[in-house]
Design a protein around this ligand. Structure first.
Ligand SMILES: Nc1ncnc2c1ncn2[C@@H]1O[C@H](COP(=O)(O)OP(=O)(O)OP(=O)(O)O)[C@@H](O)[C@H]1O
Length: 777
């Protein structure tokens, strides 16, 4: 009997017979859907309640199979708007993509679209918190959501308040080591502590502790378990305390507050049961990137009335690349996998169709080599030992494990970084000529490398009609309002050491002044800006910076206020679309200051824009933009996660960058051979992990600073290796890697426009190991 395909849309009652036919048809469709999955992926589709961990390899089709499994679960358990599947992922673009995949499948299966929701973790928390404002204490009509970073004014204010409340502790830090009481040195140390060391400590510690559910009081408590001259954790606890007070007094909230607010809501039995009865199960993608607090939220929602957790967590611990700058830590997902393994609830998705067989071989080799030789660690190996396997011959993915281009894995050692540019240009030109529909990208470790490449490859656009898309340029747009604000603040109060330093940092980043120790310049603004004939003459680098700053001050006298933002845009040498962003910003400020146009109001409005982060650059972010054919995308390895290209170039693979060596900025060496932020973080991490295992926070000593620093260094190196692994596994047909014999001493201080010097560089150890293994590459 034919089925009226619109039967659901029309909401017509079904006869028994029709119902049976529909049911049979659907069960066949579900069977076909299940069979479209690879063996490893099927475990997701076969899930029948309870906890399941899925540890997947790069390109295994995590989101693809999660979408299929979601549709199958919705059909199997007859889910509907009052009993939903909750799918959670990390970024908004990933959420949009998985949502549309699930919708498509549900439409084909004629199942209700309201049977599932997709959220980012923060979106989910926000949803819960705002629906119950009385319990969450969160009112988004009045509160401002903000993501404080190290240079955020709230953090700076927290530091200032902490200093005034804890003068003795501050004094101890100031004296640090080898202090002879000399005044200039004291001023310099003050500047370093107030503008670098303490904001960085506050930022790191607050994120780390708060996202694990630790409050300032908890931090005070564990600080008693450490012994060091500065009482680093006690300093950190004090900063955290000030931060919380300030955030509250100004009605600001951060992202962790949102999760905490949602957890507060769910402490209420009635509300919790309401949510739990609506949530059938939670499927989480990118689970390696969640923090303990986020996991706690998901676990509560996924608990059914019998206390069973219906929670599926899919992730790849080997692609955990955010743990050095966010509190995400692969350890948690690894542990979840281990626990599930003991209960036979661990599945692995180890087949991937993205890359050619040889690229897969190279990635597997790199992973094994790092674990065994590069950074062996029995307790916490850098990688989970799982190899990528090519797919079976009858795999449904079109062009799976594609035909390689040339040798597929190429390892080069050009004489210097300029030779690399020529080699990439030549390769890309030829490859696009042969295959105009293919895609290509250069993956870099830091944005400055990207800028260097983009500037030197720009001619490809003109001469060979190959588009160059430098992703970092778009990211720089979001920094524009803050940069302009810093310059305006300096112009407004040039004698403030803080404003001067912030302005100098902007000018240095934008290469308007040469790189140098800015603390020295900023400690005595008067002397720096207007050196008297009685003081020693300024060195040429200093004189150049001083001249630049004076010109800015001079401009204030010459230009009307309303032209000032545009003028600063020109001064900072912004390029085409950056200038468009500046223009948009200037218009927005003009609009908001209409009728009260003064320097002070401009500052006020701009401050508001920067704080509330409501300003977006002119270009929009969109994943498709990164992978257009006949375009050479220049993107950081971090941002490349989740994407792939036919040809991937990985230049500048040097030992000092990958795995690198954590270093103490010269300016902060007076405190010792470690950074306070990393030491505190490693100590908190140890405390949290011990607590997880033993259930106790107290009763053991935390590592001393140098040991904690060593731990931090090891974790950082492990993450750098994982980053390289993510980068390598983005390639489909050609993976081109290079370690130049000569490169800049440090990219952050390299000014190629001024003919910066190159020096001999050591290749990244994995690169060398690959050279030995793939001799013909
Ligand atoms: N069973 C399958 N049938 C057809 N295509 C598949 C299947 N599994 C995966 N794919 C395809 O493989 C590609 C990679 O999938 P996806 O992007 O979901 O991988 P991933 O695991 O998220 O990768 P990564 O973590 O490395 O970014 C996609 O184009 C997807 O459509």
């Amino acid at each position: 009997m034919p089925i009226d395909s619109d039967i659901y849309a029309k909401n017509l009652p079904l006869g028994k017979e029709q119902e049976n036919v529909l049911e049979n048809a659907r069960s066949r469709q579900l069977q076909t859907l299940r069979e479209s999955l690879r063996p490893g992926q099927r475990s997701l589709a076969d899930w029948q309640g309870g906890q399941l961990a899925v540890s997947a390899v790069p390109g295994a089709g995590k989101s693809h199979s999660m979408a299929v499994a979601a549709a199958i679960a919705i059909a199997r358990y007859n889910l509907h708007p009052k009993r939903q599947l909750v799918v959670v992922t990390f970024t908004r673009s990933a959420a949009a993509s998985i949502k549309s995949k699930i919708r498509d499948r549900l439409k084909t299966l004629q199942l209700p679209l309201g049977s599932f929701v997709v959220h980012t973790l923060h979106g989910l928390a926000l949803n819960i918190a705002t629906r119950h404002p009385d319990q969450s204490g969160l009112n988004l009509d009045t509160a401002t959501l903000t993501t404080p970073n190290q240079s955020h004014h709230i953090l700076k204010a927290s530091v200032e308040q902490w200093i005034s409340r804890h003068p003795r502790r501050y004094q101890t830090l100031l004296e640090g080591m080898h202090f002879d009481g000399e005044e200039t040195e004291r001023l310099r140390r003050q500047s370093v502590l107030r503008t670098e060391v303490l904001p960085s400590l506050a930022n790191t510690v607050i994120r780390e502790a708060k996202s694990s559910g630790m409050r300032a009081d908890d931090l005070w408590e564990i600080s008693e378990q450490t012994r060091d001259a500065y009482d680093i954790l006690a300093v950190a606890a004090g900063l955290y305390e000030q931060y919380e007070q300030l955030m509250k007094s100004r009605d600001y909230i951060d992202y962790d507050d949102m999760i905490l607010a949602a957890l507060r809501v769910l402490e209420n039995d009635t509300i919790r049961h309401l949510w739990q009865s609506q949530v059938f199960a939670v499927f989480e993608d990118e689970a390696q990137d969640s923090t303990p607090l986020q996991t706690q939220l998901l676990e509560i929602l996924a608990t059914d009335p019998t206390g069973t957790l219906n929670l599926v967590r899919v992730g790849d611990p080997n692609q955990a690349i955010n743990s050095t700058f966010t509190p995400a830590d692969p350890l948690y997902f690894n542990r979840f996998c281990d626990r599930c393994e003991k209960n036979n609830n661990l599945a692995t998705m180890n087949q991937a169709g993205r890359s050619s067989a040889r690229i897969i071989e190279a990635a597997n080799f790199a992973l094994r080599w790092v674990n065994e030789k590069g950074l062996p660690d029995k307790n916490e190996p850098p990688f989970r030992l799982q190899a990528i396997h090519p797919v079976d011959a009858d795999d449904p993915q079109a062009d799976a494990n594609p035909t390689p281009t040339g040798k597929s894995v190429e390892l080069h050692t050009p004489e210097d970084i300029y030779q690399t540019i020529d080699a990439i240009a030549q390769n890309v030109t030829q490859l696009f000529k042969q295959n105009p529909h293919h895609t290509a990208a250069i993956l870099v470790r830091e944005n400055r490398q990207g800028r260097f490449l983009a500037e030197h490859l720009e001619y490809l656009k003109r001469d060979r009609e190959i588009a160059i898309y430098e992703v970092g340029e778009v990211e720089r747009h979001s920094k524009i309002p803050a940069e302009i604000l810093k310059l305006l603040q300096f112009i407004d109060r040039p004698h403030s050491p803080d404003y001067l330093k912030a302005a100098l940092e902007v000018l240095q980043t934008r290469e308007r002044i040469p790189a140098q120790d800015l603390n020295r310049l900023a400690t005595t603004p008067e002397q720096f800006l207007y050196p008297s004939p009685l003081t020693a003459p300024q060195k040429p680098l200093v004189a150049q910076a001083s001249r630049y700053c004076r010109n800015l001050l001079h401009a204030r006298l010459e230009l009307p206020h309303y032209q000032f933002i545009a003028f600063l845009g020109m001064t900072l040498n912004y390029t085409g679309s950056e200038l468009a962003t500046v223009q948009k910003l200037a218009e927005r400020v003009a609009q908001q200051t209409a009728g009260r146009n003064s320097f002070a109001t401009i500052l006020e409005v701009l401050q508001e824009i920067v704080t509330s982060e409501r300003f977006e650059g002119v270009e929009e972010d969109n994943d498709d933009q990164y992978t257009r054919p006949n375009q050479l995308t220049i993107i950081t390895m971090h941002k490349a996660k989740g994407l792939d290209w036919d040809y991937v170039f990985l230049p500048f693979l040097h030992e000092d960058v990958i795995p690198g060596q954590p270093w103490v900025p010269t300016a902060a060496k007076f405190l010792g051979d470690f950074t306070l932020a990393e030491v505190a973080r490693a100590q908190i991490r140890t405390a949290l992990h011990r607590q997880e295992v033993t259930g106790r926070v107290k009763g053991f000593d935390l590592p001393r600073p140098l040991d904690a620093w060593e731990n931090a260094a090891r974790l950082k190196k492990a993450e750098e290796y994982r980053l390289l692994y993510v980068a390598m596994t983005r390639a489909k047909r050609l993976l081109w890697m290079s370690a130049e014999q000569k490169g800049p001493f440090r990219w952050s201080a390299f000014s190629w426009q001024q003919g910066g010097n190159l020096q001999a560089k050591k290749p990244c150890p994995v690169f060398q190991a690959l050279q030995r293994r793939f001799k013909d590459s």
